[in-house]
Design a binder for this molecule. Structure first.
Ligand SMILES: NC(=O)c1ccc[n+]([C@@H]2O[C@H](COP(=O)([O-])OP(=O)(O)OC[C@H]3O[C@@H](n4cnc5c(N)ncnc54)[C@H](O)[C@@H]3O)[C@@H](O)[C@H]2O)c1
Length: 281
């Protein structure tokens, strides 16, 4: 594998593109506007500088060398000769579906599509393509640069060969997968989104302040992060979209979105990426 397509230059697309470029792969990073792409380029440059600080003593390539491997573009046709694709667009079924309908005829027929989604069914999205056996779920963890394991999802038609190709792709990034079957939310988010949503209800009900909620998880349960700071890191808009998918998929009221969460998103307080969520950044 030499050339990787990454669609969506938000929180996840930024991290994935950086990791790929840092292991020497060529990246075609596609999003819908130059403004978004310019912001993602600035973010990647900042993150490469941080990674140089964290990896003191290691031979680190210059920022220019790494960033030159990434083509920032709004032109999907540059995906015509890629070897592997990771899609990270907004967590809304209709948006992702329209992307797959667009790129399926452009990308090489044997190219594997990895869907990075929090909750949406891999089988359902794969059906928007003519390569259902070559579609796999790849739920990367955030921040991508720091998480060595991903949750991979076998769709109804995903072939064993596709799983092997995906394993090799991840190995080039220094990552491994835990493979699960396909039902919305898979394992990680079917469980974790219930926790983050209920933590938002705790704030709405004025039971405690965000710091106290998070500290109980960190200091009493030894979690590395509390549920509200995790929600801010993921993006409250992505959490709301994901809970909507879970609610719609299971028709189960336990996944109804906390009204406070939705109100924060409506107000533009989406967590770290917008500078304000349960905390200020
Ligand atoms: N944020 C997380 O912690 C996290 C973790 C794992 C998986 N995910 C999943 O990864 C995906 C991306 O999440 P994110 O947090 O990066 O979201 P984000 O909102 O930060 O970024 C989404 C990007 O997709 C772009 N986009 C929208 N429509 C597009 C189109 N038609 N073509 C190209 N680009 C388009 C947007 O402009 C935006 O830049 C979602 O499905 C999400 O559920 C997120």
């Amino acid at each position: 594998m030499k050339k990787i397509g990454v669609v969506g230059a938000g929180t996840m697309g930024i991290g994935i593109s950086q990791c790929l470029a840092q292991v020497g792969l060529e990246v075609i990073l596609v999003d819908i506007s130059d403004e978004i792409l310019n912001r993602s380029k600035r973010e990647i440059i900042k993150n490469i500088r941080y990674s140089a600080l964290f990896n003191k003593g290691e031979q680190i390539e210059s920022v220019d060398t790494v960033i030159e491997r990434i083509t920032f573009t709004t032109d999907y046709h540059l995906l015509s000769d890629i070897d592997f694709l990771v899609e990270n667009v907004t967590e809304k079924y209709e948006i992702k579906k329209s992307v797959y309908e667009l790129i399926d005829p452009i990308c090489p027929k044997n190219c594997v599509f990895a869907i990075n989604t929090s909750c949406i069914s891999i089988t359902k999205l794969a059906s928007s393509t003519k390569r259902q056996d070559r579609v796999i779920g790849m739920h990367f963890m955030n921040p991508v640069q720091m998480k060595p394991v991903i949750e991979a999802i076998r769709g109804f038609h995903t072939s064993d060969e596709t799983i092997n190709v995906a394993k090799k792709f991840l190995a080039t990034m220094g990552k491994q997968m835990i493979l699960v079957n396909d039902l919305p939310g898979f394992v990680s988010n079917r469980l974790s989104h219930l926790l983050m949503n209920e933590a938002a209800f705790v704030i709405q009900d004025q039971v405690a302040q965000p710091q106290d909620v998070d500290n109980i998880f960190k200091e009493c349960f030894n979690h590395a992060m509390g549920p509200l700071e995790t929600a801010d890191l993921i993006g409250l808009d992505t959490i709301v979209d994901s809970l909507d998918v879970l609610y719609e998929s299971y028709q189960d009221s336990k996944y109804r979105v906390c009204p406070l969460l939705r109100k924060m998103v409506d107000a533009g307080h989406c967590g770290r990426k917008s500078g304000r969520g349960f905390y200020d950044y």
